[in-house]
Design a protein around this ligand. Structure first.
Ligand code: NAP
Length: 310
């Protein structure tokens, strides 16, 4: 562990997939002398205490941030503004405040007005996840070889940004810095639109009267199954993502609709050359993703290997 990555006291507000993974990874790598956490419900707090991963589970957000050098909001995007307002008066001067939200522009807009002078705000988005949620879903390896994007406002203290960068790098992430608007545009096409398409396809298949439910499940390996995994993602989180990144998603959706119309036309006209050219281009993109280590080239996306594990 590098000295630069270490924090004395880390407060995690929210302990689901992301908060729980940060706690596990930070403990494993020795990145905090003390980790204190809280969650909205008594049920989650009790489960976190039972898991025994963190040093302290407290009942309120105010209590959690007391004396913390790093505070990370690991909660739905739509809740960040209210929580920032709630913790503002209890933050330690000089503390770094961050989040993990999948949208950055709205989080910055909602949180900045509440944060007092002397607090270093460094928003973050680990581009890593699964369709699971809750305190049991996290794991220490989630961020290894995955990107974590930091979007510090222009006047942010460079040392604070560097400290948080080192923290994420020590958990295995590759860190990149960009503006919130650029982040939201990039993620609209790489993450938000694919989720919207998955939610649509799975919903459409469900509504098709001529395909019985058992047939949809039986023949799902034909491509549908991969969409169902994405469409099983947390409804609260994704509702907030689409509400918070409305402009960028609508822009990408416009481009997508035009491209879909082109493919529809090619199918209608029997234009095999257009279809072949398009599919050749997309196959090269997939190869590029595998080559830079962002996915497995194993048949079935490595699922068979995972099934064989004890
Ligand atoms: P999660 O597993 O559902 O956990 C969410 C946590 O937030 C829970 O501890 C929950 O407490 C708490 N919470 C929910 N609503 C709240 C509110 N209104 N006020 C205060 N606390 C609240 O969610 P997650 O997957 O970790 O996602 C958390 C954040 O990470 C989201 O902003 C999401 O955009 C971002 N993110 C998610 C992924 C992913 O793949 N899941 C990837 C990257 C980033 P209770 O359990 O007590 O309700």
């Amino acid at each position: 562990m590098s000295e630069q990555a270490h924090f004395q006291r880390v407060a995690l507000i929210g302990f689901g997939l992301i908060g729980g993974s940060i706690a596990r990874a930070a403990k494993l790598q020795g990145l905090a002398s003390e980790i204190v956490t809280t969650a909205r419900s008594e049920k989650t707090r009790a489960r976190v205490a039972e898991l025994g991963i963190v040093d302290q589970v407290v009942a309120t957000n105010a209590e959690a941030v007391k004396d913390a050098d790093l505070v990370i909001l690991c909660i739905p995007v739509g809740a960040c503004g209210a929580v920032a307002q709630e913790i503002a008066a209890h933050l330690k001067p000089g503390a770094i405040v961050s989040d993990v939200g999948s949208v950055k522009g709205a989080v910055v807009r909602d949180m900045v007005p509440h944060l007092p002078k002397g607090i270093h705000f460094v928003p973050a988005h680990p581009v890593a996840g699964t369709e699971h949620s809750g305190p049991d879903s996290g794991f220490a390896e989630l961020f290894i070889n995955r990107w974590c994007i930091l979007t510090p406002p222009e006047d942010t203290d460079a040392a604070a940004t560097e400290h948080l960068r080192a923290f994420w790098a020590a958990m295995g992430a590759k860190v990149e810095i960009m503006t919130p608007d650029h982040h939201d545009l990039v993620l609209a096409i790489t993450s938000h639109l694919p989720h919207l398409i998955a939610y649509t396809i799975v919903g459409t298949a469900d509504e098709l009267a001529q395909v019985t439910e058992s047939e949809v499940i039986k023949f799902s390996a034909g491509g549908f199954r991969d969409f169902t995994r994405i469409a099983a993602s947390d409804p609260t989180m994704w509702r907030d993502v689409f509400l918070a990144n409305k402009e960028a998603v609508l822009e990408m959706l416009g481009t997508f609709t035009e491209d879909l119309a082109k493919l529809t036309r090619a199918i209608r006209r029997g234009d095999g050359e257009a279809l072949f050219d398009h599919f050749t281009r997309t196959r090269a993109i997939r190869r590029g993703i595998v080559e830079i280590g962002q996915d497995s080239a194993a048949p079935d996306f490595g699922r068979l290997a995972a099934l064989k594990k004890p």
